[in-house]
Design a protein around this ligand. Sequence first.
Ligand code: NI
Ligand code: MN
Length: 225
Amino acid sequence: MKTTFFGQSTFMIETGGKKLLFDPFITPNPMAKDIDINSLKPDYILVSHGHGDHVADLIAIQKSSDAIIICIAEIANWLGKHGINNAHGMNIGGGFNFDFGRVKMVNAIHSSTLPDGSPGGNPAGFVIYADGKTIYYAGDTALTYDMKLLADENLDWAYLPIGDNYTMGVDDAIKATDFINCKNVIGMHYDTFSVIVIDKEEAEQKFIKAGINIKLPGIGESLEL
Ligand code: NI
Ligand code: MN
């Protein structure tokens, strides 16, 4: 299983010959200017919530790839109004078996309004079960006791927001690793806007001191999970 970072909370996971893209926000991000969204060609796009920094390139990439979008029911309905009729709507607590593996939608503590002001339902995170691995993609969230529900999932990796201001910061993300019982962390949702700029070296040191295997890949960089 391979993952590639495209800035903010945008990642690709490649597993079993399928490409899963998460929360596409690339063209508005100057740090990701070298990424060509038309070359990504995902099979699925998973959307955690409706904010612009998670859906900016959603429709354009869906149109260039015909990807199936996995998202909460309200966003699936909104996509239908934009002519995208293959979105797979889910809701918190529900799981579904796709051809690449299983996706369970889990709680996130945040808000969710779409760029045009439409309600985006509740914000969500995902647990992905594929290729013998279990991965938690937290989306935008506060630290929440609901994360303890994941403690017995034997998570292999967790994508956690660490930028503070809109989501958890580093210190709460470290507490989250105890709640979810996972010490392999990929940080996300930092540096893109002035209020979420972090000191990467200090953040890495805090994670390492807490015994966490932290990865903060550069934009365009891939890791083996
Ligand atoms: Ni958000
Ligand atoms: Mn966000």
